[in-house]
Design a protein around this ligand. Structure first.
Ligand SMILES: *[C@@H]1O[C@H](CO)[C@@H](O)[C@H](O)[C@H]1NC(C)=O
Ligand SMILES: *[C@@H]1O[C@H](CO)[C@@H](O)[C@H](O)[C@H]1NC(C)=O
Ligand SMILES: *[C@@H]1O[C@H](CO)[C@@H](O)[C@H](O)[C@H]1NC(C)=O
Ligand SMILES: *[C@@H]1O[C@H](CO)[C@@H](O)[C@H](O)[C@H]1NC(C)=O
Ligand SMILES: *[C@@H]1O[C@H](CO)[C@@H](O)[C@H](O)[C@H]1NC(C)=O
Ligand SMILES: *[C@@H]1O[C@H](CO)[C@@H](O)[C@H](O)[C@H]1NC(C)=O
Length: 492
C-alpha cells in the first residue's frame, strides 16, 4: 500500500518536472477580453488556460468574475484600468482605493497572483485625439505609489500598454536604429519611460504585423511572417538585415528607448496575434502560419537583433473571439481568438513552439442552445422588404463574416440573408419571435452551413459577465482539504 502511494507521488513529481521543462508554454501569456454577447463562464476559461499550460493572462479591467475564477489558479495576472477611468486616477485617493479593492483585495493565500497593473489601454492612439495625454502619466504615478504604499510595489508593477504607433523612424531613414518616439508625444514618452525605469516596470507594447499588411497594399506579405522574406530591410545604421516586421518593429522601440536614455528598459509584448476572418488576409491558414513562426521564435529565446538571445514576455491576442467588439478598425476585430467564441480551437497550434501538429485543448463542458438555426422562409409571401430585415438583424448581431474577403462572402443573396437572420436569432438566445422578420424567416433543424461558412449555434448565456462576490472561505476550505489529503499521503 505504502509503496504504491510512494510510486504515485514519485510519478506525480516526474510529471510535474516534465511539464515544467516544456519550453515556451509556461512563459506564454494570453489576452482575455470579455466583449462578447455570450461569454464562457469564467471558471471554464480558467480551466481551459490550465489545460493548455498557459500561466499568464492579461485582462482589460478588474471585473470580479474573471478575478474570482483566477483565484488559487497560480496564473500570473496583468489586470487593467480602462482608459475612461484614467482621469479619476489622477486623484491619489481614488488610485489608492482602486488598488485597495482590486489589488490588495485579491492578495491573500489562495488569491490572485497579480504581477502588473495596466494603466489604460493604448491611450495615445491617434484616433483618441489626445484625450488621455494629460492624465496617463499622473495615473501611472499614482497607481505605482499606491502599490508601494500598500507594500506591494516590489512584486507588482504599473505599466501602460501602448500601441506601436507611439514610435517610428523618419521617412528619410526608415529602419529600426533610427527609431524615436512620435514627435507629438516625444517629451511625454520620455517622462513615462524614465518613470518606468525608476519603478522597475517594463514597457508594454502591442505589435501587429497583420495591421502592417492590412493598412498597406504594398506591404510584402512574407515580411509579416517568420519564414524568411524576399524583401528584407537592411538597417543602414547597423548593417543588420531584418527578415520580419516583428523584429524590426521591436528594435525600433529599443532604439527609441535608447534615445530616451533607458536603453535597457525591459519590454513586454502586451498583444500580438493574427485574426481569422473579416479580411482577405485574416484567414485560419495565415493565422496558423503566423503563430507557428512566432511560437517557434519565442521558444528558441532568440530575441531580436538588438536584444539577441533573450526570452521575450508575450501575451497573445487573443484567447477567445468577441462578437461585440467595435469594428471601427475593421471587421477582423471580432475574430482575433486562438479559440472560437465557444472555446473550440480554430487550427493546429503548438504552444511549446516545437512545431508539432497539435491542437489546443478545448473548453470543457460548454453548454449550447438547442440545435436549431434561422433561415429565409422559402414560402415567404413578399421578399421585397428583405434588405431592411437583414440590415436590422446585422445591426443587433455580428455579420462581419459576410463582408468582402470573409468566410461567408461567397453565399448567394438568400444565403446571405439566412446568415444574418441566424446570427440575430442566436444572439437573442433563440427566443420566441426572434426568427420571424414578418414571415421572412423560419427556424430549421437542418444545418445550413457550407464548407466555407459556419452558421453557428450560440452557447447558453452564463453568469460570467455578471458581478459576483468573492468566496475566500470556500477557497480556504478547499485548500485545507487538499493539504489534509497530502498530509495523509505523506503519513503513509
Ligand atoms: C475595481 O475595478 C472595477 C472593475 O474595473 C471597478 O468597477 C471598480 O470601481 C474598482 N474599484 C475601485 C474602488 O475603484
Ligand atoms: C477624433 O476626431 C475626429 C475628427 O474630428 C472625430 O471624428 C472622432 O470622433 C474623434 N474621436 C474621439 C475619440 O474623440
Ligand atoms: C492638456 O493640458 C494642456 C496644458 O495644460 C491643455 O492645453 C490641453 O487642453 C489639455 N488637453 C486635454 C485633452 O485635456
Ligand atoms: C534605470 O536605467 C539605468 C540606466 O539604463 C539603469 O542603470 C538602472 O538600473 C535602471 N533602473 C532600474 C530600476 O532598472
Ligand atoms: C451579402 O452581404 C454582405 C454584407 O451585408 C454584402 O457585402 C454582400 O454583397 C452580400 N452578397 C450578396 C450576394 O447579396
Ligand atoms: C461550426 O460550428 C460548430 C459549432 O457551432 C462546430 O462544431 C464546427 O466545428 C464548426 N465548423 C467549422 C468548419 O468551423
Amino acid at each position: 500500500m505504502a509503496a504504491s502511494y510512494r510510486q504515485a507521488v514519485v510519478a506525480a513529481l516526474v510529471v510535474v518536472a516534465v511539464v515544467a521543462r516544456l519550453p515556451a508554454a509556461g512563459a506564454l501569456g494570453v489576452n482575455w477580453g470579455t466583449r462578447a454577447t455570450h461569454q464562457l463562464p469564467s471558471g471554464t476559461v480558467v480551466r481551459m488556460l490550465q489545460d493548455n499550460g498557459i500561466r499568464r493572462v492579461k485582462l482589460f479591467d478588474a471585473d470580479p468574475g474573471p478575478m474570482d475564477a483566477l483565484a488559487g489558479s497560480g496564473i500570473e495576472v496583468m489586470l487593467a484600468i480602462p482608459n475612461n477611468m484614467l482621469d479619476m486616477m489622477t486623484d491619489y485617493g481614488t488610485a489608492r482605493d482602486w488598488v485597495h479593492q482590486n489589488v490588495s483585495g485579491y492578495n491573500f493565500d489562495g488569491g490572485v497572483t497579480i504581477k502588473y497593473v495596466a494603466v489604460g489601454n493604448e491611450p495615445f492612439l491617434t484616433t483618441f485625439n489626445g484625450t488621455f495625454l494629460n492624465v496617463t502619466l499622473p495615473a501611472l504615478q499614482n497607481i505605482q505609489r499606491a502599490l508601494n504604499d500598500a507594500g506591494l510595489g516590489k512584486s507588482i508593477k504599473a505599466t501602460v500598454p501602448l500601441n506601436a504607433d507611439v514610435y517610428n523612424s523618419p521617412q528619410s531613414s526608415s529602419f529600426p536604429s533610427a527609431g524615436r518616439f512620435r514627435s507629438d508625444i516625444a517629451e511625454l514618452m520620455t517622462e513615462i519611460v524614465q518613470f518606468l525605469n525608476q519603478s522597475g516596470a517594463p514597457f508594454t507594447v502591442n505589435i501587429y504585423p497583420f495591421l502592417s499588411l492590412y493598412s498597406n497594399d504594398n506591404f510584402p506579405l512574407d515580411y509579416a511572417f517568420f519564414d524568411g522574406t524576399s524583401s528584407p530591410v537592411v538597417d543602414t545604421g547597423t548593417g543588420i538585415k531584418y527578415e520580419n516586421v516583428f523584429d524590426a518593429n521591436f528594435d525600433t522601440l529599443v532604439s527609441a528607448l535608447s534615445a530616451s536614455g533607458v536603453g535597457g528598459l525591459p519590454i513586454v509584448v502586451g498583444e500580438v496575434g493574427w485574426p481569422t476572418d473579416g479580411d482577405k488576409h485574416a484567414t485560419t491558414a495565415y493565422a496558423q502560419k503566423f503563430y507557428a513562426g512566432l511560437l517557434r521564435k519565442l521558444a528558441a529565446n532568440s530575441g531580436t537583433p538588438l536584444r539577441p538571445n533573450q526570452y521575450i514576455e508575450v501575451y497573445l491576442f487573443s484567447l477567445i473571439d468577441e462578437d461585440a467588439k467595435s469594428v471601427a478598425p475593421g471587421n477582423f476585430e471580432r475574430h482575433w481568438g486562438i479559440m472560437r467564441y465557444d472555446g473550440q480551437p480554430k487550427y493546429p497550434m503548438d504552444l511549446s513552439g516545437q512545431g508539432q501538429n497539435t491542437a489546443l485543448v478545448a473548453a470543457r463542458g460548454v453548454q449550447y442552445l438547442p440545435r436549431q438555426w434561422c433561415v429565409v422562409n422559402p414560402n415567404a409571401p413578399d421578399m421585397s422588404k428583405i434588405g431592411d430585415s437583414v440590415t436590422y438583424a446585422c445591426t443587433f448581431s455580428d455579420c462581419t463574416s459576410l463582408g468582402y474577403g470573409s468566410s461567408c462572402n461567397g453565399l448567394d443573396a438568400v444565403g446571405n440573408a439566412s446568415y444574418a437572420f441566424n446570427m440575430y436569432f442566436q444572439v437573442q438566445n433563440q427566443v420566441e419571435g426572434s426568427c420571424d422578420f414578418q414571415g421572412l424567416a423560419v427556424p430549421t433543424a437542418n444545418n445550413p452551413s457550407t464548407e466555407a461558412c459556419n452558421f453557428t449555434i450560440q452557447i447558453t448565456p452564463s453568469a460570467a459577465g455578471r458581478r459576483r462576490r468573492r468566496a475566500p472561505v470556500a477557497t480556504t476550505v478547499l485548500l485545507l482539504l487538499v493539504l489534509n489529503a497530502l498530509l495523509q499521503v505523506v503519513a503513509l
